[in-house]
Design a protein around this ligand. Structure first.
Ligand code: PA5
Length: 407
């Protein structure tokens, strides 16, 4: 296991963390027991469905051969993991553009994406576990006639549509059957925000040139290491205790520009899993050092409602030396490391508890480890807080209101 979490700067005494380890261990046992609903993601990287993985890779190859553009229509857990991976990871040249749609209702964004669809040889990948999500259905309904017009008939357009959805239920599943779309399944016991290691995340990643087996190997490294005394457990406990001490917000401080979308994925994972029954740290993300010149002021001298988790990539993929000026001879990475050291000291002086997650190198295997690490951490903290990490009842409220306005 390469990902390391450190909690020694959170200010929580080691004995307090130790005292909660058995409880966290019980949470981990429950996750692995196979008896808890929606925990299918836990064993996915270990008990792999080799046949399905091969199918995903074959479909990805066909898409790469036949299209210039893959439009992934999905929202929430049905697109964020793939987007985070595609932004973070090195990719084999695939010659295909992957765009995301259906994750907002912005007309201008639609207009731009529709322009690309008209211009380029396109395949659609519609992802929705329920098959009924408004944002996804809206985008799909707008795009379908454009595909029909472009490719001459419903039958020809349907050949260019891949639906990733529940194996049996939902309108997307019945539509796929009716029109003969290619399909891949979302397992029933895996929720959206935990679905990156299913076709939901793997297909777009494979199309964009990411080695999905390497990614799963990384997730499996963490699954195999996830014993009750692993340091992810300590991080989960520290988060739980800091909330009990009165901290309200967790700032994920991303110290690498390619982690920006991972921050978005983390906000969804932690926010939707933990924010319920009046509990949960509110997750937010900042990019360092960029945001030290904006939100840095608030962090240092504003209301002290935070804990901070520094997400640090230890080794840059290239070395760039500074050729002149006062820091001549140092590398940009040296300055970045000094920034992280400086901000750590300054924030500790301001009373901000700091956890650290170290990613030795931003590669595919480590990314797989990191994703599984964060999913497990989140589930354990939620269980320590006494809430269900795998439901999202609060998301329904806006949907009900939106539907009644439309009706
Ligand atoms: O984590 C979740 O379950 C949600 O964020 C869903 O992924 C999101 O609401 C999209 O749902 P669906 O895949 O059913 O369209």
């Amino acid at each position: 296991m390469n990902i390391i979490a450190k909690v020694d700067k959170t200010g929580i005494p080691a004995e307090e963390i130790e005292a909660l380890r058995p409880q966290a261990g019980q949470a981990l046992d429950r996750l692995w027991s196979g008896n808890e609903p929606m925990t299918g993601w836990v064993t996915l990287p270990v008990t792999r469905n080799e046949k399905e993985l091969q199918t995903i890779q074959e479909i990805a190859e066909i898409i790469k051969d036949e299209a210039e553009l893959l439009v992934v229509i999905g929202i929430g857990g049905s697109y964020m993991g793939a987007k985070a991976a595609i932004e973070a990871l090195p990719k084999a040249a695939s010659g295909i553009e992957v765009r995301f749609m259906g994750n907002n209702l912005c007309t201008d964004y639609y207009f731009e994406t529709l322009g690309a669809i008209k211009e380029k040889n396109t395949i659609l990948c519609v992802i929705s576990k329920s098959g009924n999500t408004m944002e996804v259905r809206t985008a799909f309904e707008v795009v379908k006639p454009i595909m029909v017009e472009k490719y001459g008939s419903v039958a020809e357009a349907s050949k260019r549509i891949l639906a990733i959805t529940d194996e049996e239920t939902g309108t997307l599943r019945s539509e796929a059957t009716e029109f003969g779309y290619s399909t891949l399944p979302v397992p029933g016991n895996v929720g959206g925000r935990y679905s990156i290691a299913t076709p939901v995340g793997l297909l777009p990643m494979a199309v964009s040139g990411i080695d999905i087996i390497e990614f799963l190997d990384g997730a499996r490294d963490c699954a195999n290491a996830a014993e009750w005394d692993h340091d992810l457990v300590d991080y989960a406990i520290a988060r739980h205790l800091l909330e009990k001490q009165g901290k309200v917000v967790e700032v994920f401080a991303l110290c690498h520009s390619r982690l920006a979308y991972l921050g978005e994925w983390m906000k969804q994972l932690f926010g939707e899993s933990e924010g319920k029954e009046g509990k949960g740290l509110m997750p937010t993300s900042l990019m360092y050092s960029t945001d030290l010149h904006s939100m840095g002021q608030y962090m240092q001298e504003g209301r002290q409602i935070f804990m901070e988790t520094l997400m640090i990539v230890d080794e840059p993929s290239v070395s760039i030396e500074i050729p002149g000026g006062p820091q001549k001879g140092k590398t940009v990475a040296d300055i970045n490391a000094a920034m992280i050291g400086g901000v750590t000291k300054a924030h500790l002086q301001a009373g901000i508890p700091i956890a650290e997650i170290h990613i030795p190198k931003l590669d595919t295997r480590n990314f797989g480890q990191l994703i599984y690490f964060l999913e497990t951490t989140c589930a354990i903290t939620a269980m320590l807080n006494g809430v269900n990490p795998f439901d999202q009842p609060g998301v329904e409220a806006y949907k009900r209101e939106m539907h009644s306005l439309l009706d």
